[in-house]
Design a protein around this ligand. Structure first.
Ligand code: GDP
Ligand code: IMO
Ligand code: MG
Length: 429
């Protein structure tokens, strides 16, 4: 039975949501296992657009069990609003959604802390999504000020919230004058959330271990992208979880020996939201053209995404790191507007040609991309459903990416809808 991971190999927004929805019909369980409401995954079904931040993108298929596992940080209010808006649009959300009692809870002080610390980093701001992600993971690692979802149902919650609110008030007031939290109001609010979520909350580690041991087909839905990984990404311009393929096991409790296939999801070009180096960025009319055609504005924050050429050095690194077996190349249709395309095949650093992705962010800032030029195809391709029907130059572009990354392409996407997809049948998924 397949146990598949869908992992973004760039800086997020690679269209993982579309791939998860597409592959859900081959799986029984879909799992979100890291990140939180910083994610914005889009699924387009029959012209209707759904944007998900915490609910797994498998929710649209009946009989599929969705799981939000232990590695996710979640804001219960955001989760409930998302569930309500799905229900209002006719999507069933009930026993088909389970949430881990080990998941850590985002509180108002995390959001406040995100706002305060983002502005005092010095130099280029991190540009976080301001959803309290980093501070919540910080408290998880620090332990003493953390609250997990399961704690919301235990005795002593009121006192614990009061203690933490007081500690946070003192700590954060040291950064920015006067900060206060109404512990009683927060306790009431979070107790209400907890009651509403009660039917969903369970030990998902046990559920998933039973499932893999019975050989049930599981799909893991990565959030963010491998280059935003806290350990292996462009630190400190990263998110606070292991968003490469390496995060699947700790984030879900499923040992790596059960994973049968990793699909690396890539855009046919590159985007990045927030701060940090981006060697192939095109802060010019080419970048603007990509932004306009690809509607490259953040799903969560609506910030314009930074756009640039495909970077094979960065993605070769993240594909290796994530153990990608095959590739899904997304938004190929966006490039139809360009007469000529460029792919970064190596970097130049201090006069030397390098093929490896630098480990230090300051070296990455200094690299000069070395490009290969390829002719564009300048034809609309959204209607195409077979690889052989793509213009020859589009096929040559895909072949070159596959060659540079040393991996087969199993899916090509030519539009946002489930239907706008080329499945490369001879390549295994
Ligand atoms: P995710 O976070 O990785 O799930 O990606 P996002 O949802 O943040 O961003 C991907 C965007 O691209 C969404 O607006 C999708 O609807 C859209 N999209 C997905 N695939 C394609 C495609 O092949 N072509 C075009 N033009 N848009 C696509
Ligand atoms: P999906 O799952 C793109 C970026 C933020 C910021 C950095 C840290 O939709 O691909 P954080 O709020 O996580 O502390 O912000 O990470 N970021 C994303 N960029 N897609 C995402 O998620 C992202 N989640 C976080 O813009 O640069
Ligand atoms: Mg997104």
């Amino acid at each position: 039975m397949p146990c598949t991971c869908v992992i973004g190999l760039q800086w997020g927004d690679e269209a993982k949501g579309k791939i998860v929805d597409l592959l859900t019909d081959r799986h029984e369980i879909v799992v979100r296992y890291q990140g939180g409401p910083n994610a914005g995954h889009t699924v387009v079904l029959g012209g209707q657009t759904f944007k998900l931040s915490l609910v797994p993108s498998g929710i649209f298929r009946p009989r599929v069990q969705c799981v939000v596992a232990n590695g996710v940080v979640l804001h219960p209010g955001t989760m409930l609003r998302e569930i309500d808006s799905l229900r209002e649009r006719g999507v069933h959300v009930g026993e088909n959604l389970l949430i881990s009692d080990r998941a850590h809870v985002i509180f108002p002080w995390h959001i406040e802390e995100d706002r305060l610390l983002n502005s005092i980093i010095g130099g280029e701001a991190l540009g976080t999504t301001m959803r309290g992600i980093g501070p919540c993971y910080r408290d998880k690692a620090g332990r003493s000020l953390a609250i997990r979802l399961g704690d919301l149902y235990r005795e002593g919650l009121k006192e614990r919230i009061a203690l933490i609110a007081n500690a946070k008030k003192k700590m954060l007031s040291g950064v920015d004058g006067q900060i206060d939290f109404d512990a009683d109001a927060i306790h009431r609010e979070y107790s209400e959330y907890a009651e509403k979520l009660r039917p969903q909350v369970t030990d998902t580690t046990r559920f998933l271990l039973n499932a893999v041991e019975k050989g049930r087909a599981i799909l893991f839905e990565g959030a963010q992208g491998a280059l935003l990984d806290i350990d292996h990404g462009t630190f400190p311009y990263v998110t606070s979880s292991n968003s490469s393929g390496l995060g699947v096991t700790t984030g879900s409790g499923v040992p790596s020996k059960y994973i049968t296939h990793v699909i690396g999801v890539i855009k046919a070009y590159t985007t990045r939201v927030g701060g940090g180096p981006f060697p192939t960025e095109q802060d010019n009319e080419i970048g603007q053209l990509i932004r306009d055609r690809g509607n490259e504005y953040g799903t969560v924050t609506r910030r314009p995404r930074r756009c640039g050429w495909f970077d094979a050095v960065a993605v070769r690194y993240s594909a290796r790191l994530s153990g990608a077996d095959s590739l899904a190349v997304m938004l190929l249709d966006v490039l139809s507007a360009l007469p000529e395309l460029q792919i970064c095949v190596a970097y130049e650093l201090d006069g030397e040609r390098i093929g490896d992705f630098p480990s230090h962010v300051e070296d990455l800032r200094r690299v000069r991309p070395i490009y290969e030029r390829l002719p564009g195809w300048q034809k609309e391709i959204g209607h195409i459903r077979r690889l052989s029907d793509l213009p020859a130059n589009a096929r040559a572009y895909l072949d070159r990416i596959s060659e540079l990354l040393d991996r087969p392409i199993s899916i090509v996407s030519v539009g946002p809808d489930r239907e706008h997809t080329i499945i490369v049948e001879e390549k295994p998924i």
